[in-house]
Design a protein around this ligand. Sequence first.
Ligand SMILES: [Zn+2]
Length: 130
Amino acid sequence: MSQEKPFTVKSFQDYLKEKKLMGNSCDECKNLMIPPRMLCTKCRGKKLRWSQFRGEGSLETFTIVYVPPSFLKDKTPYAIGIVRLDEGPKVTARLVNVDVERPETIKMSMRVIVEYMQEGTQPFLAFKPA
Ligand SMILES: [Zn+2]
């Protein structure tokens, strides 16, 4: 058994670099969380374990960002979506391979799959149309 990573955003990003979409699950109530949390968001339980997600889901909603954080300032506009993963939980991520100039072409509930991306050395989670 390799050493367990702590349930932090840093670990989540380290896994993204390895092209793994990792959250955690609660042993007590089976709640799934992504990104991982230190405490169960439902029952506040602390008996948690890593859980890998397949990286497929459907788009619940999205927004087009025109005023980004500074490290993305030359990337605007871009789309941020909320994806309902097939395993249940929702996750916020960049949307890529979509036409942000024509947001009407981005369909609610369309199927999306994970895309592991990097901005400089910073990994980030993205989804593209399936
Ligand atoms: Zn729980």
